[in-house]
Design a binder for this molecule. Structure first.
Ligand SMILES: [Zn+2]
Ligand SMILES: [Zn+2]
Length: 142
């Protein structure tokens, strides 16, 4: 894939290194989700990109666990170090990947804030990128 909306040959891992992954390509646009579910799941704003499932190879030492956080999605985390890594929506061809687990330099670019109505009272939402009240940021990928 050669696509300006993509960063190619990305790798990443959790804090302890028990879960590692490589992606042939991920979406360049990083989205920050301010919803309450993400906040409680990761302890802050969920900053994520996406990869097509066929582009993503996960190497797991046996500590990758999944929490079904809603009827439509599950969240992947390391049950050794507690890091949040993945958001897996049943109806999407892509897997959400926590930007903070991607090796630097990531090449990602902050592109949108979503669910800003649910932001915690201490959050400062930058005016530099578009804000959306719901999850519909409209960024297509691939
Ligand atoms: Zn870990
Ligand atoms: Zn969210």
């Amino acid at each position: 894939m050669s696509n300006s909306n993509a960063v190619e040959n990305v790798s990443g891992h959790c804090l302890c290194g028990g879960v590692r992954y490589e992606a042939a390509a991920v979406r360049r646009q990083l989205v920050q989700c301010h919803c309450e579910m993400c906040r409680r799941a990761v302890g802050g704003v969920w900053q994520a990109t996406q990869a097509l499932r066929e582009d993503l190879a996960i190497k797991d030492d046996g500590c990758l666990a999944w929490y079904r956080s809603s009827g439509k999605a599950r969240r992947g985390f390391c049950d050794k170090c507690g890091a949040s890594l993945f958001f897996d929506h049943d109806d999407r061809p892509t897997m959400g990947i926590a930007a903070g687990t991607i090796d630097q330099p990531s090449g990602l670019e902050l592109a949108a804030n979503i669910h800003i109505d649910d932001a915690a009272d201490y959050e400062v939402i930058s005016d530099d990128v578009p804000d959306f009240r719901d999850g519909q940021h409209g960024i297509a990928y691939p």
